[in-house]
Design a protein. Structure first.
Length: 93
């Protein structure tokens, strides 16, 4: 009987925080383990669970880059070794 190798069941996503998001997270970056079929929204939900309520409030106002491309749809799938940048609103011009 042949053995079929199943694909990885989890992926690791690197998350980088900027400005107020960094302050709320208390770290500059972190890695999160997610299911292989995870989306940006799933990553955000996992991050909310790992941090305090103030972080969640900041996260709700942020925009995101996935591998340096703006995320318009939070149901966008994440790839293995993806990088998610968390960008709070910036003032100024």
């Amino acid at each position: 009987m042949d053995t079929v190798t199943s694909p990885a069941t989890t992926i690791t996503v690197a998350v980088r925080y900027f400005a107020a998001a960094r302050a709320a997270a208390g770290v500059e970056s972190e890695k999160v383990q997610l299911r292989a079929d995870a989306t940006v929204e799933a990553a955000l939900a996992a991050l909310r669970e790992q941090h305090d309520p103030e972080f969640a409030r900041v996260l709700d106002r942020c925009s995101f880059l996935l591998d340096e491309v703006a995320v318009r749809d939070r149901s966008t799938p994440l790839g293995p070794d993806a990088t998610l940048d968390v960008l709070p609103p910036f003032a100024g011009g």
